[in-house]
Design a protein around this ligand. Structure first.
Ligand SMILES: Cc1ncc(COP(=O)(O)O)c(C=O)c1O
Length: 416
């Protein structure tokens, strides 16, 4: 009897093969996506998925955990080393779960969260009203100025009025460096805990290419699958022992049951990659490539929010154009470039339409694209947008970019 997917479920197998082809032949420029390492996928596809291990290393509710204990311990130790902190919880199934666990550890219902507005680049879990974080807690927000920069004096003013229990910093769409020191002073002045959600920039942080929120933040959360290039998942870090104990209880048994040991193994393997000297080269390339992208787009007459970028993403403002973010997203998609529509400062359109697109460099940098290729891609983006209704041109560019993409293959097989 065969246990292999191809023979047992050809429909799913076939769709995975098609997705492999899509990933290899399209240009992935969604800022939150990346290509993880085959070694990470090997760990994630391993027999560890069979194991229940409720609890924490050496304190489990199940027998037979002697090997998964070692794996989780490795993941914890590597995470602590990477971020230079004392406590790590590697069990959150996602970034949202990580943020939810921090709130549930440290807040009572109706306590106050102050975070970056979703439409200004914050994340749903920073208190957006459609998220449980905006329903279970009283949530307030700060934003960016029309020039795309955070004005810390304004954040301070709002914090003084709101007096949040937790001040959340971090973003899904902000292309500048955060002043963690200033944010910690603001938090301290109003008696708030500072939580930094570095989901987007964690891979740059561990390479020293973006400031580390420690020692300023009380708690740091992140996903492991964006710039970190590990498996899909969440991570919580702190130097405060009391918070660490509360967070552990909030993750399990508070919010989750059995940890995903195969994913935790994937996290350990991903962290090992992040600790290698080659990681610094990758992170440097991610930043340089994003900068190149922003510069070429500006040279071609496009408005980049905040006039550039310090990280892995470029926010293109289309407020001065007749077409929307949705139109741009669609046209670029037709040309084989995957991005996402995004609200921009001074937004006039609905969140489903928007006046911007968010474009990221992590995935193309992972497949080996350098400045030279980013100049080509940025020009193709401008070519598509300059003539947005020209679908024939989009088809032509798609085939040109496919040729470029296949020179930089990312995976030779879909299943590890
Ligand atoms: C800043 C930030 N925090 C948290 C998350 C949530 O991560 P997940 O999708 O793993 O729940 C995201 C995802 O986009 C994010 O950008």
């Amino acid at each position: 009897m065969s246990y292999f997917l191809e023979e047992n479920d050809f429909e799913v197998f076939n769709y995975i093969q098609q997705e492999l082809d899509r990933q290899n032949t399209h240009l992935e420029m969604i800022a939150s996506e990346n290509f993880t390492f085959p070694s990470v996928m090997e760990a994630m596809g391993s027999i560890l998925t069979n194991k229940y291990a409720e609890g924490y290393p050496y304190k489990r509710y199940y027998g037979g955990c002697e090997f998964v204990d070692k794996i989780e311990e490795l993941a914890i130790n590597r995470a602590k080393k990477l971020f230079g902190c004392e406590f790590a919880n590697v069990q959150p199934h996602s970034g949202s779960q990580a943020n939810g666990a921090v709130y549930s550890a440290l807040l009572k219902p109706y306590d106050k969260i102050l975070g970056m507005d979703l439409s200004h680049g914050g994340h749903l879990t920073h208190g957006a009203k459609v998220s449980i974080t905006g329903q279970m807690y009283q949530s307030f927000s700060y934003g960016v100025e029309l020039d795309g920069w955070i004005n810390y004096d304004k954040v301070e003013e709002i914090a003084k009025v709101v007096k949040p229990n937790i001040l959340v910093c971090g973003f899904s769409a902000y292309s500048r460096v955060l002043d963690f020191k200033r944010l910690s002073e603001i938090a301290k002045n109003v008696g708030a805990i500072l939580m930094a959600d570095i989901a987007h920039v964690a891979g740059l942080v561990v390479a020293g290419e973006y400031p580390n929120p420690f020692p300023y933040a009380d708690i740091v959360t992140t996903t492991t699958h964006k710039t970190l290039r590990g498996p899909r998942g969440g991570l919580i870090l702190t130097n405060n022992e009391e918070y660490a104990k509360k967070i552990d209880k909030a993750v399990f048994p508070g919010m989750q049951g059995g940890p995903l040991m195969h994913v935790i193994a994937g996290k350990a393997v991903g962290f090992m990659e992040n600790l290698k000297p080659t990681w610094k080269e990758y992170a440097k390339a991610v930043k340089l490539n994003a900068k190149t992208l922003a510069e070429v787009l500006m040279q071609r007459g496009y408005k980049v929010v905040s006039d550039g970028t310090d990280n892995h993403l470029v926010l293109l403002s289309l407020l001065d154009k007749e077409f929307s973010g949705k139109d741009a997203d669609l046209a670029l998609g037709n040309a084989g470039i995957t991005v996402n529509k995004n609200a921009v400062p001074g937004e006039i359109r609905s969140p489903f339409v928007t006046s911007g697109v968010r474009i990221g460099s992590p995935a193309l940098s992972a497949r080996g694209f350098k400045e030279k290729e980013f100049v080509i891609v940025a020009n193709k983006i401008a070519d598509v947008l300059d003539d947005i209704k020209n679908t024939q041109k989009q088809v032509l560019i798609k085939s040109e970019l496919k040729e470029l993409a296949i020179k930089f293959p990312i995976y030779t097989k879909a299943i590890f």
